[in-house]
Write a protein that binds this ligand. Sequence first.
Ligand code: HEM
Length: 405
Amino acid sequence: SGDVVTTSRIDPPAEIPLPMRRNGLDPAPELLSLHKDDGVVRIDGPFRAPTWLVTRYADVRAVLADTARFSNAAPLPGFAEANAEQSVAGNLLLSDPPDHHRLRRMLSGQFTLRRMRALAPRVEQIVEEHLDVMAQKGPPADLIADFALPVPSLVICELLGVPWDERDEFQRRSAEQMDLSRPEHERVAALQELHRYLSGLVVRARRSPADDLLGMLVREHGDELTDPELAGMALLLLVAGHETTANMIGLGTLALLRHPDQLAVVRDDPAATERAVEELLRWLSVVHTGVQRTATADVELAGVTIRAGDAVLVALPAANRDPGFIDHPDALDIGRGEAGHLAFGHGVHHCLGAPLARLELCAAFPALLRRFPSLALAVPDSEVEFRVFNSVYGAAALPVSWEIR
Ligand code: HEM
């Protein structure tokens, strides 16, 4: 039918901006139940435009593939980042083709499999160094603060050329910027401060380009890019490059601790790592809000009419748990080897850093589990706190312990 669904079938509690997940690792049941209906519903907010939530695998793919009718660049009223004007330049996620292509092509050479193979020994070293420190300090540890966050954060800093001793400058603001429970003006302010910080690094890189990504951009594309574009690109890479992977390491470890048989396979069988990482990416889908587009034309989708100017929000966690995509979607099965999950998105904006994220995850899980074969939660499972308000889902902290051999 062509009926527009005008009433919200989801009733999100006022304090939770979006009903993706409330707690634990599974998407909210009412989100998954939408698969049985049309899969597209109108929800309240978070934008000041009519907002449609898309939950089915096929529809999510269709939206993400259709850059002509679902735009990243057309502004969404009420979207903090779109309102922080200087953060738009250079931000791939806020651009459409052909401008998107112009920006992305300058970066794509940095994330090839060949580049990743060259980077692998350093990533493995960073992983081992953090495990060394954890082992020296002894149990308990906070897996997030001691391992899951610093490993990808240091990797992206080295890659970009962001001084690691200045990490306080960006880690806190990056977290503030993603915290949807904060008022919009605070999130915009955090973003602006981050942008100012990166602009300073751009000035330094223009003066003396080093052997890192920022230096490469200055040397090879310095005359095609303005300073705000360079800072915007670096900002996106810095933020996208550590929060996402960090939360995958944290939640992935928690998921494995809850599935000890599968944990043992990841620990003991190196041949199982890649498949296991893909299944964890699908099952956890840590990017749980924030994948949004603006309709540029009236579009019929799954029986509803989306009007030009409406906001469209795709629910990656729901799409990846769609029985139309995969059998027994709610079961974690690290052996299933199913391709095509949407945890990295789809289409031209498909995660640029996916090869790097895969490299980091494939290094992190086996190394952690081999170093601490008796790894266990140091608190009752029910006490783990989740960051429900963040656009990237994760655990706030993950106290773990192990037996000293
Ligand atoms: C885009 C997820 C790691 C850089 C995306 C998108 C998703 C995603 C879903 C698409 C968003 C959209 O279409 O609106 C993830 C996950 C990661 C991860 C789950 C870790 C497990 C990384 C890393 C980097 C990175 C390590 C940095 C090197 C980017 C960039 C884009 C992007 C630059 C924008 C691409 C474009 O617009 O063309 N990511 N990401 N990501 N990601 Fe990642």
